[in-house]
Design a protein around this ligand. Structure first.
Ligand code: ADP
Ligand code: MG
Length: 372
């Protein structure tokens, strides 16, 4: 048997969502922390019915009396505070891991909203990285596949790339003649078990926090990108998956930054998050309409916005009343990403397209596996 030291996934083998949706937008509310409860933070977010989230905003009238404004949003899926990483995984990344060759999963939200908890988790509560790799290994074993799993891990800070698996070595992304974006010198490491993946990731994460300075840790100001690649024995890429732990979205909206460096960081993050939104929105349009050159983040993820790729965004929100403004900003951002589906497509194009079935289906576990 295979002992990864992790509970096995119990998700259903088939998921309609992966068949039907190329862009899935979910919301995850975290519970109040003990510290927040102790200082009397009120929980102003309710989640109902699995698709709805309501923010109760406390407002002050002209006569200084207080009233509550309710903001209601609907998403593909809303995870309440009781949801576990495993549950979130099963509804978000798992369908992608099962079906698709080019998939990307984003964690968006203000600092402290639960992005890293969702993506990385902890030794006791594995996050999406580990759960995905666990399923990948389980599948490779079950199908006696010879495919190998490689990971790379880097961060984008102020528009520059740093290799987290190679002593924060500066990296450069460039487009080749075929308009494929390469990151030259990016280190990738072969992993052969979930525990070796976690080892590699914890090494990388340590590199991230080393740069910590000031009030905000560096990790809240940079995007962390984990890529998992499946390769055939002849080194051909058979499938790939990105997990992106985005920079804190509050930095995009905070205009009261104290110093020049922070304002620059904020502007850069703002730019990249706006570009990201537009790139996801244009997933179903022709390549020339994808504004991926507008930020380093979207440039390196270019492949995620063209062709038959699939994307899932998890918008993480804090429950506390002092976070209301940031929470609403996060929900509005996520709502914009999702808007296309409601309207039937930007400029009406998407309406005329078939569902994903129209594009050739690629499987993360490519033709060398599972066909017998
Ligand atoms: P971010 O990466 O968005 O800045 P973190 O993932 O570091 O936020 O979460 C902030 C704190 O909240 C951490 O202490 C984390 O353990 C806790 N936390 C986040 N999400 C959850 C959750 N779903 N359940 C329990 N604790 C959580
Ligand atoms: Mg984090």
């Amino acid at each position: 048997g295979y002992n990864y030291g992790l509970p096995m996934s119990t998700a259903p083998a088939q998921s309609r969502q992966a068949e039907e949706q190329r862009i899935k937008v979910c919301v995850r509310k975290r519970p109040l922390t003990c510290a927040e409860s102790r200082r009397g933070e009120a929980d102003v977010v309710t989640t109902t019915g699995g698709e709805c989230v309501i923010v109760h905003e406390v407002k002050e009238a002209v006569d200084l009396s207080q009233y509550i404004l309710q903001h209601k949003f609907y998403f593909d899926q809303v995870f309440g505070e009781e949801s576990s990483n495993k549950e979130v995984y099963q509804q978000t990344a798992y369908p992608l891991v099962q079906h698709i060759g080019k998939v990307t999963c984003f964690a968006y939200g203000q600092t402290g909203a639960g992005k890293t908890h969702t993506m990385l988790g902890s030794p006791a509560i594995p996050g999406l990285y580990a759960l995905a790799v666990q399923d990948i290994f389980a599948h490779l074993s079950a199908t006696h596949s010879y495919q190998l799993v490689f990971v790379s891990f880097f961060e984008i800070y102020c528009g520059q790339l740093y290799d987290l698996l190679d002593h924060r070595k500066r990296l450069f992304a460039r487009e080749d003649g075929q308009r494929v974006v390469h990151i030259s010198g990016l280190r990738d490491v072969r992993v052969d078990s979930v525990s070796s993946l976690l080892e590699v990731i914890s090494r990388g994460t340590a590199e991230r926090t080393q740069g910590m300075s000031g009030v905000n840790p560096l990790s809240s100001r940079s995007h962390a990108l984990l890529q998992i690649q499946l390769r055939d024995s002849n080194q051909q890429i058979a499938g790939r998956m990105w997990f992106v732990d985005l920079a804190g979205s509050e930095r995009a909206s905070d205009t009261k930054e104290p110093d020049r460096q922070s304002r620059m960081e904020g502007a850069e993050i703002n730019q990249s998050l706006l570009a990201l939104k537009e790139c996801i929105r244009s997933l179903d349009q022709e390549q020339s309409h994808t504004p991926f050159r507008q930020s380093k983040l979207t440039q390196v993820l270019k492949d995620s916005f063209v062709g038959d790729s699939m994307t899932c965004m998890i918008a993480n929100i804090s429950p506390g009343h002092t976070a209301t403004e940031h929470t609403l900003n996060t929900l509005r951002y996520a709502d914009r990403v999702k808007e296309l589906k409601r309207q039937g497509g930007l400029r009406g194009r998407r309406r005329n397209r078939g569902k994903t079935a129209a594009s050739p289906k690629q499987n993360l576990f490519s033709s060398t596996t599972g066909s017998t």
